[in-house]
Ligand binder design. Structure first.
Ligand code: PMP
Length: 440
């Protein structure tokens, strides 16, 4: 302990994914939130163009969700799910199993997206082993993929800043990402260019042998890398190749899940069903941390029902797997999504959104605009010698001007709550347009 500190001292909190010294020299703080807005400590409203961190899909502080969490905290604050259970975890799993596409009808709970990813990778490995394929241990991800920050996640992930300086799992390969500004800049929705990149999987299978490969993991739409939209037919082709070779396909739907693309999942929106699916964020509307893995009946049967004796089949789990408050939040969130038809709303808003974001074409520095569902990526040309500086300047100016945007490198990412109105889309894009016009 150091000397007594003021309650509002910013120094002790080592902030994640933040330039701590710069932030603490000029902090930007959020004090409260409701529906489409955050409010600063001095009461200034900030229009949320990013649903927090891609998670508050139903808007902030929604009453039914708040009340469900409050009620649950009074009834059962915590219960383990190791060899004990409580009703809401089973109820949420059943509800998800009914909603998820195909035969994804089992759910493994975790506490975050990163935990969901590491759980999914381990389930895939356990499944291959249970099926007698001891040598199927290789994992395949993608360049620029983001799968959280666990050691499994950074190994299959492909963002160099997140991997550099850390040990990663052996036996991991990466497919190329599908972003190509020369071929596909300013495409509306899914590009036609890039389908052939799925065939790199065939090449890897030829190199290593299918009998050594456990699973392929991809984000159906990459978010954190700066919004990379899958080429038409690309995910379908990955599905076809993996199925043909006994390789499990994992969709990381931490961002795309719960309505972002106008359906419950990207899998549903695109009609491609993986063997395993991770989700988090929108699962509880961001209100309580929770992640989950949707697991196919076949995978569950291989690991759980195929096990020889009555012992534990899978040595993995978290203290907070199926946490009662998260389960309560998840159930209430699903109710809100359903009663307000928010996924349908997102689908109906998409053309308006697409027109709005593509209206930024022609502004200074803008070298690409990408969109899918209620997501957009606006890529700026890096300032000479200062990559990321333009987008960071835009982020600061936007916040000061009353809109929250997100930036990675020189890409501005937008992913508003699905309750956004057309007027608010106009406001977001008009303000962003003015900001882009004035950045150096
Ligand atoms: N996977 C994807 C696709 C993500 O976008 C994220 C978070 N942005 C994660 C995993 C990690 O989730 P968390 O931050 O909850 O660990």
């Amino acid at each position: 302990m150091t000397a007594a500190r003021a309650a509002n001292d910013l120094d002790p909190f080592w902030m994640p994914f933040t330039a701590n010294r710069a932030f603490k020299a000029q902090p930007r703080l959020l004090a409260s939130a409701r529906d489409m807005h955050y409010f600063t400590p001095d009461g200034r409203a900030v229009l949320d163009g990013t649903a927090g961190l891609w998670c508050v899909n139903a808007g902030h502080a929604r009453k039914p969700i708040v009340e469900a969490i409050q009620r649950q905290a009074e009834v059962l604050d915590y219960a383990p799910t190791f060899q004990l259970g409580h009703p809401l975890a089973f109820e949420l799993a059943s509800r998800l199993a009914m909603l998820l596409p195909g035969d994804l009808n089992h759910v493994f709970f975790a506490g975050s997206g990163s935990e969901a990813v590491d759980s999914a990778l381990k389930i895939a490995l356990a499944c291959q082993r249970a099926r007698g394929f001891e040598n199927r241990t290789r994992l395949i991800g993608r360049q620029k993929g983001y799968h959280g920050v666990g050691f499994g996640g950074i190994s299959v992930g492909g963002l160099e800043n997140n991997r550099r300086g850390f040990p990663t799992l052996p036996g991991v390969d990466h497919l190329s990402h599908t972003l190509n500004l020369e071929e596909a800049a300013f495409t509306r929705g899914q590009p036609t260019w890039g389908l052939h990149l799925a065939d790199e999987l065939e090449a890897l299978i030829e190199t290593h042998g299918a009998e050594t490969i456990a699973a392929v993991i991809v984000e159906p739409m990459s978010g954190s890398a700066g919004v990379i939209v899958p080429p038409l037919g690309y995910l379908e082709r990955l599905r076809e190749i993996t199925a043909r070779h006994g390789i499990l396909l994992i969709f990381d739907e931490v961002i795309t899940g719960f309505g972002r693309l106008g359906a419950l999942t990207a899998a549903e929106a695109l009609g491609v069903t993986p063997d395993l699916m991770t989700c988090a964020k929108g699962l509880t509307n961001g209100a309580v941390p929770m992640g989950a893995v949707g697991v196919s009946a076949a995978v569950y049967q291989s690991v759980v029902e195929g096990a020889a004796g009555p012992g534990i089949e899978f040595f993995h789990g978290y203290t907070y797997s199926g946490h009662p408050l998260a389960a309560a939040a998840g159930l209430a969130t699903l109710d809100v999504y359903e009663s307000e038809g928010l996924f349908q709303r997102a689908a109906e808003l998409t053309p308006y959104w697409q027109d709005a974001v593509h209206s930024l074409k022609g502004l200074p520095h803008v070298i690409d605009i990408r969109d899918m569902g209620l997501v957009a990526g606006i890529e700026l040309e890096p300032r000479a010698g200062a990559p990321g500086a333009r987008a960071t300047e835009a982020f600061h100016r936007a916040f000061d001007d009353g809109i929250l945007i997100r930036v990675t490198a020189d890409v501005i990412a937008l992913s508003p709550p699905l309750i956004i109105s057309r007027d608010q889309i106009d406001e977001l894009i008009d303000r962003l347009s003015s900001i882009i016009k004035t950045i150096r």
